[in-house]
Write a protein of this length. Sequence first.
Length: 400
Amino acid sequence: MFRFIIYLAKIRRLNKNKNKKWKNNTFFHNFATEIITLHCIVFISDINLGSRPVLLAPMEDVTDMSFRILCKEMGASMVYSEFVSADALIRNVQRSLDKIRVEEIERPVAIQIYGRDVESMVEASRIVEQEAKPDVLDINFGCPVKKIAGKGAGSGMLRTPQLMLDITKAVVSAVSTPVTVKTRLGWDVATMYDAQTFLPDAPKGKAYIVELAERLQDCGISALTIHGRTRSQMYQGEADWTLIGEVKNNPHMTIPIIGNGDICTAEQCLDAFERFGVDAVMVGRASLGQPWLFRDMRTFLDTGQHDSSMTLEWKFSVLRRQIEQSVAYSLREDNGLKERRRTELGGIIHVRRHLANSPLFKGIPNFREMRIRILQAESRDELFTLLDKAYDLIRQSQSI
Ligand SMILES: Cc1cc2nc3c(=O)[nH]c(=O)nc-3n(C[C@H](O)[C@H](O)[C@H](O)COP(=O)(O)O)c2cc1C
């Protein structure tokens, strides 16, 4: 909007001065382009995410600060923290307090919380706002894990939508930070096409997520992320984007809809925007071991071409840097981590899972054995040696 106002001001000035630039076609071309671009820019509240934003999904034990910073540098439009328990924040659990720390360079950043009652979620959201000052506060209503969903939190809330709405409304009014929600298509396939199962006053034959999205929007949230699976699917089967598209195309919806599930390539990302019309795409597992995926997706969305500047050498240098940063983050004096993690090993444990999942290594003969060694490595040097070996093996296989 700001840029638009500036343009209008420029036009007025040019018109007044009868400046010959007024006749300059380039100016009008730029003006038209600007209007088209402005139209496509996605805002969560007043946070400008640019056009066709690609977001790093919240992932427990994966999206710590070091990984978020790396993904941001690689082009992620916004990054999410691991989920944090509201109860643990209230109890001042150090590990949870550590999870809500953010650095300026990773902004815009969302901190995600989960819990199962209104009071604790309100209290936790205030703690997050005060301590971390995130750009967005995200509520997790999607975690399928038994110890969370079974107790009614995360995706368990899909069976108690009134409580979900009460929590959302209360959190929205408790903080001035924009609040967003991340959830799934429904509890299971048997109930996801019939909103009346859990919302008896919903219109007959309406899909659950379509009705739920409208009601969440009425609670005042600033965006909604939908993972295209039900709770009972956990992470099995393919994500179904049809209902995500239905929510997006519902004329009652005005907030940004973020689609999530099984987006692994730049082509799939573009397809999600074009076929389902979502405002943003969120990428989770595919970013493990290849944070440069965001850069490739960004380039592809903006130019229709892959980023050919990302050579094998460069990708390995990114992985090395990821190891260094993970260790540096773990060793940070001021991060309040418990003694156990304030060691090189803490950073290594975190990063080795990323490396072991890197698609770079697919196709290396006997990679299984190397993967096990990566997962057992206990020092930076061990990991560097394994990376060097992997690099040589890939080079050899390429020259055959
Ligand atoms: C290891 C792991 C941890 C996750 N932790 C969270 C979490 O803390 N909060 C959340 O909302 N979703 C979490 N998820 C779900 C992801 O955010 C995402 O919705 C899901 O993986 C589907 O997207 P993808 O196919 O791009 O991975 C997690 C997923 C994985 C694989």
